[in-house]
Design a protein around this ligand. Sequence first.
Ligand SMILES: *[C@@H]1O[C@H](CO)[C@@H](O)[C@H](O)[C@H]1NC(C)=O
Ligand SMILES: *[C@@H]1O[C@H](CO)[C@@H](O)[C@H](O)[C@H]1NC(C)=O
Ligand SMILES: *[C@@H]1O[C@H](CO)[C@@H](O)[C@H](O)[C@H]1NC(C)=O
Length: 447
Amino acid sequence: MRGIVSSIVACLAALCLFTNGLVVADVATCSGIVPMAYRNDKISIMDFGGVGDGRTLNTKAFRAAVYRIEHLNRRGGTLLYVPPGVFLTEAFNLTSHMTLYLAKGAVIRATQNTRDWPLIAPLPSYGRGRERPGGRYMSFIHGDGLHDVIITGENGTIDGQGDVWWNMWRQRTLQYTRPNLVEFMHSRSIIISNVIFKNSPFWNIHPVYCSNVVVRYVTILAPRDSPNTDGIDPDSSSHVCIEDSFISTGDDLVAVKSGWDEYGIAYGRPSSAITIRRITGSSPFAGIAIGSETSGGVVNVLAENINLYNMGVGIHLKTNIGRGGVIRNITVSDVFIEDARKGIKIAGDVGDHPDENYDPNALPVVKDVTIKNVWGYKVQQAGSIQGLKNSPFTRICLSNINLHGAYTPRNSPWTCSDVSGAAVQVNPWPCSELTSTHETGECSVPF
Ligand SMILES: *[C@@H]1O[C@H](CO)[C@@H](O)[C@H](O)[C@H]1NC(C)=O
Ligand SMILES: *[C@@H]1O[C@H](CO)[C@@H](O)[C@H](O)[C@H]1NC(C)=O
Ligand SMILES: *[C@@H]1O[C@H](CO)[C@@H](O)[C@H](O)[C@H]1NC(C)=O
């Protein structure tokens, strides 16, 4: 009886279908987080002199089209159609109530003229550019203070041509922080779907100070050795839902952030209500990451049904002294990992500082972390949890985790310090800091 009641309650919390008297939970999706907008007004980049030959600069065409959408302000918004072809352009801004629609075979390609790339102010929660002091290059496709924006189509491509930027990073000739491929700041009701993102100069998709953002059915590709090409980085944002995507880049696939040390603490905007599901991908760094910039706090994150292969670390929660911020109520479940240096890592000593003014007493708090139903093979080290002596990680709950080694069932043991919590059915067994609770199924952490 209790089982039936709880399954109905669980089902009501999701979406249910009643079929032949059986209760069948529907597949959870991001639907409903942003209302779908249908645009009656449609224009094409060709109406603004667009040339899709891969050589002609289309900056004026994109800026004029967006200007037209902003100032004519048609009821229900406007769809900007990009037909098949390669449309080279400099960075441009979007506006509210617009859909950027990439047809099958459409490519919006970033110019490699880095010298004329527009600069914008640093993010207040970072205090400076992430990699260089001062301002930062504007993202290739940018939105600030917008709402009701959709980037979609028939899997056309947004191509950052990032190799010139990666080489500047490698040669240490970058003057300012590299541009993200797509960034929305202070925006809400954003949908990004059915688009391929390729060769971003820096992070691929960066919603910062945003709410109600959906990213689904995207493909994000960058070479394995491309520096800092994170896939999707929700940053000081809430109600972000990411699903059904393939990401293979040179850095973390999805990394939830919220600002950097004293600047992030002062700005005080957390990331919350973040859902990540049905993501497949590969990276030399992390699959699902929280951090390392988490100074505004990261709370209420659910990541589930994640498939990772050829990875650095499967699941990585990372923060540092000076960060401050609370990382709390994080659930990661149903993860498959094939071939990784490490399965699970939770650490309090990761990442650099913006400057010397960070507060060494600003210790992060990490608690209520549940990681369950993880299966991996060819994983060199199962995991490590390194808390902080003066701020131990608490209520860390691991259950039903099987991480097999490369050539034998055994791999390097877990290492732990300054952590408490519980473990149930974890193989290899984690560490004595985590108590075993002799229940099957759900891990219940004593508190
Ligand atoms: C884009 O918008 C920002 C403000 O959000 C503004 O500072 C910048 O001048 C605009 N850039 C271009 C190229 O239109
Ligand atoms: C676009 O790609 C997604 C997968 O990311 C796929 O589900 C969808 O069918 C594709 N759409 C088209 C029009 O090719
Ligand atoms: C924990 O986060 C989940 C989302 O992952 C949310 O549904 C739940 O309400 C949160 N719990 C608390 C106590 O805030």
